[in-house]
Ligand binder design. Sequence first.
Ligand code: THU
Length: 161
Amino acid sequence: MEHRIIESYLTIYHFTELEPEIQVLVNKAKEQYQKSYAPYSRFHVGASVLLENGALFEANNQENAAFPSGLCAERIALFYANAQFPDVPVRAIAIAAYTNGSIVENPITPCGGCRQVMVETQHRFNHPFDIYMVGRDVIYHVANVKELLPLLFSGDDLTNS
Ligand code: THU
């Protein structure tokens, strides 16, 4: 038997420490949560995606009375960006959330399904991208989705014989 410890590398920023283009990205995610459609959970999520060509895409969560038919902000933003620019890798994504009258205190981290879609996006372009998770006072950053999803499954595993 053998035990292994898997470590993740996370950086914690204050807003003013971010590069100007990332500050814009964070502000776009916060703008977006205000337009989300979340009448069931009242948990409003905004996501903004910056592509390597400089294009910005924004989205928010869209719920449905048939709950599984809704979709998270991150997936809508990533799918939207990749639908418009299928050949351009993602440089960064920012995620922010609002509930009970204010932005969430602890940075929002993406759900498992969104992490898996981020794996696909990274694998598709063979290009890791920055993930910024926004809280009231601090912003978490990882430079690769594997920090959020260790032992991940990607297209590489389908040819792993
Ligand atoms: N949600 C997101 O949009 N992104 C996440 O990373 C977590 C959860 C949405 C889904 C649902 O509309 C609401 O937040 C509550 O789960």
